[in-house]
Ligand binder design. Structure first.
Ligand code: PHE
Length: 335
């Protein structure tokens, strides 16, 4: 029968077109060509159903439904096949215009992490981060800090003097032995009020052991205003230590001496059952204010210098400062 032959032709043409479709887009074009509601070839078959005479009608109608169901099923099966091969094919998935995924190599050194955290913490307390040079002159490392010529801290054997002439620094040049240099540099260029921290390397020819290294890091802090008090200094340092080491950390202040602060204290935190010194602090000495052109009658201030390695050791439970600089990946990979 002609009508049924047309149905067979339609089915085999549709199935082979579906088999040839190599992409979801091509498959969609095949679907529209054969099953499209408006102009699909299925419309011709529908017309044939309409032309069928009385007794042919049930058979033709049944065949029409069979053909349409078969083609639709085949379309769906092929569609799933194409989707599956698309997502598993590395080539079709690979967009050469996208930036590559960078493999993770290495990680931040514990000291760098600590420095970043210190900056953030002090930033929240309202302190601005400033930088200073590691190569210094005697004015910034000693003189303006009220450290006289005959002070033992200026002994050439206790400092790393550098044999070089500097266009910007006057007189002998040394690797800074403390970040207090940045206090001077800041006050020289900024009128009060001042609230800064500066974090960086310092150098001392110390004998190296579990708690001493000839290069280490300090965080210097300086706050100057009309009425700055020792109570504020203690509050800032206590808050800082608790924020970094935990709310239960014990901190204590011992009377001490520094040429650039009066009164001066040494700051300790409790490590296990003993106290560990983490830095020095005090009220800025009037002579320091005079050296930078501030009026000690009008302003007061506090300063502190904390050893970053010491904090880092306490924080991560590292018992020997040398671990930080041996570059043993088994140690570094733990952070
Ligand atoms: N500069 C001192 C040191 O290196 C620490 C310190 C800084 C003390 C600021 C008082 C005020 O030991």
């Amino acid at each position: 029968m002609d009508i049924l032959t047309s149905f067979d032709d339609f089915q085999s043409a549709a199935l082979s077109a579906i088999g040839r479709a190599g992409s979801p887009e091509q498959l969609e074009a095949v679907r529209i060509e054969f099953l499209g509601q408006k102009n699909g070839r299925i419309r011709d078959l529908q017309k044939l159903v309409g032309q069928a005479t009385g007794d042919q009608k049930p058979l033709v109608g049944k065949r029409f439904n069979e053909v349409r169901t078969a083609v639709t099923a085949e379309l769906e099966a092929r569609q799933q096949q194409l989707e599956a091969s698309k997502s598993s094919s590395p080539v079709s998935d690979f967009d050469v215009t996208l930036p590559g995924d960078r493999p993770v190599f290495g990680r931040l050194h514990p000291i760098s992490r600590t420095i970043t955290e210190f900056r953030e913490l002090m930033g929240r307390f309202g302190f601005t981060v400033v930088e200073g040079p590691e190569l210094e002159d005697e004015r910034h490392n000693f003189e303006a800090l009220n450290i006289p010529e005959d002070h033992p801290a200026r002994d050439p054997l206790d400092n790393f003097y550098v044999a070089c002439a500097s266009a910007t620094l006057g007189g002998p040049v040394l690797l800074r032995s403390q970040t207090s240099t940045v206090q001077i540099r800041t006050m020289e260029t900024t009128p009060p009020p001042v609230r800064i921290v500066s974090l960086g390397r310092v150098y001392r020819p110390d004998t190296i052991d579990a708690t001493h290294s000839c290069m280490f890091h300090q965080m210097e802090g300086l706050m100057v205003d009309e009425h700055v008090t020792m109570a504020q200094l203690k509050t800032v340092l206590s808050l800082f230590a608790r924020s970094f080491l935990g709310p239960d950390v014990e901190i204590r202040f011992r009377p001490s001496f520094f040429p650039f602060t009066e009164p001066s204290v040494e700051v300790d935190v409790k490590w296990g059952d003993h106290w560990m010194e983490i830095g020095g602090a005090g009220m800025v000495d009037p002579n320091v204010f005079k050296a930078v052109g501030y009026d000690p009658e009008k302003v007061s201030g506090f300063a502190f210098g904390l050893g970053i390695e010491r904090f880092c050791m306490k924080h991560y439970g590292v018992d020997d400062i040398r671990r930080f600089y041996e570059n043993d990946v088994r140690f570094l990979a733990q952070f």
